[in-house]
Design a protein around this ligand. Structure first.
Ligand code: TRP
Length: 333
């Protein structure tokens, strides 16, 4: 029997190349080998977007369409909406007894997020909400309620998985062996740098290429990408290793990469030509994704059906697991 695998995405924006190469490309392989549950984590998205429900709602559909567009097969992947599985919220409450507040405050992922959201949580995290601080507990419930033995995540999520395993151990030691400790699978390609050379690609950094970007947008973004600052004029030799244009050539251009590299190094290639070639390669890479995406844009009822079907399957599993939990906790009245 295939093992269960679960991962989630917060519906707060469209997918960009960072998501694609950092995580989603990996899902394409995993969908064949595992029983794959993919959670659209709207409840988690609300923990730091509670005052923006419209944004979360819109992005539930946006992100689902993006995921279908990259080639996830809805016959293999169960897409489901977190808020439609109330058992996750229920299990979160039970788990919250098994975690100390100080342990959550020490979680590196949570710490980083708090310090990057000063507007929301204060300069020193003094206005942190109970809900945001506790989202790792809710994420542990996400994973374990589906017996997710394997969780494909980026390295930023590893502290959350560690926390999840701690909760599982504690639960099992008190109430009996109900849950499995999940293991992570890291993506082969990790973090994708931004167009500006920043280590991370992100919406708030304004340095991302989205899977839905049209040709005009791609052109504007790539023309503004950071190149080797030591190359002043066209014939100067340059260092492709410090050039974001070459960096993206490596991701999407499998035609003439050696030529691009050599010509850059020996000064036989101007940056404008190089950017134009990258624009073409990027558009060619995005075209099949955008064609698929258009199909789903034109057929919203199919997207709705996929979500409904996946959610119904997820509900069934969550219900069964919850009876097991309640029995173990002696609250199965
Ligand atoms: N925290 C993840 C993110 O920010 C999203 C997520 C929600 C998740 N539930 C999950 C990831 C369960 C893995 C497993 O991207």
């Amino acid at each position: 029997m295939k093992k269960n695998i679960l991962t989630g995405l917060r519906p707060t924006g469209n997918l960009h190349l960072g998501h694609y190469f950092g995580a989603c490309k990996n899902y394409l392989k995993l969908q064949d080998d595992f029983n794959f549950y993919l959670e659209i984590a709207d409840v988690q998205a609300l923990t730091d977007n509670f005052s923006n429900p419209e944004k979360v709602r819109t992005n539930v559909y946006e992100i689902t369409k993006d995921l279908l567009a990259i080639g996830l097969n809805p016959d293999k992947v169960h897409f489901f909406i977190q808020s439609k599985i109330p058992e996750i919220a229920e299990l979160t409450i039970f788990y919250s007894n098994l975690v100390t507040v100080s342990r959550l405050e020490r979680n590196p992922t949570v710490k980083n997020e708090i310090s990057s959201k000063k507007e929301l949580f204060g300069n020193n995290g003094e206005s942190i909400t109970y809900g945001f601080l506790g989202y790792p507990v809710s994420q542990a419930a996400d994973i374990t309620i589906f017996d997710g033995e394997v969780v494909p995540v980026g390295d930023d999520q590893l502290p959350l998985l560690e926390q999840c395993r701690e909760i599982v151990r504690k639960f099992n030691s008190i109430y009996g062996n109900v849950f499995k400790e999940p293991q992570q699978v890291l993506s082969e390609t990790t973090r994708v740098k931004g167009l500006d050379g920043n280590e991370k690609m992100g919406k708030s950094l304004g340095n991302a290429i989205y899977l839905i970007d049209d040709e005009e947008t791609i052109k504007t973004k790539i023309m503004a990408a950071v190149t080797d600052p030591n190359k002043i004029k066209k014939g100067d030799p340059a260092n492709p290793d410090v050039c974001m244009v070459f960096y993206y050539h490596k991701l999407v251009n499998n035609n003439n990469l050696d030529t691009v590299c050599n010509e850059c190094k020996n000064g036989h290639r101007g940056c404008v030509q190089c950017k134009k070639e990258l624009i073409n390669a990027m558009n060619a890479f995005l075209k099949p994704i955008q064609e698929k995406r258009k199909f789903y844009d034109d057929n919203p009822e199919i997207v709705e059906e996929i979500l409904n079907k996946g959610t119904a399957q997820a509900q069934e599993i969550a219900k069964n697991k919850m009876s097991e939990v309640k029995k173990a906790m002696k609250i199965d009245y």
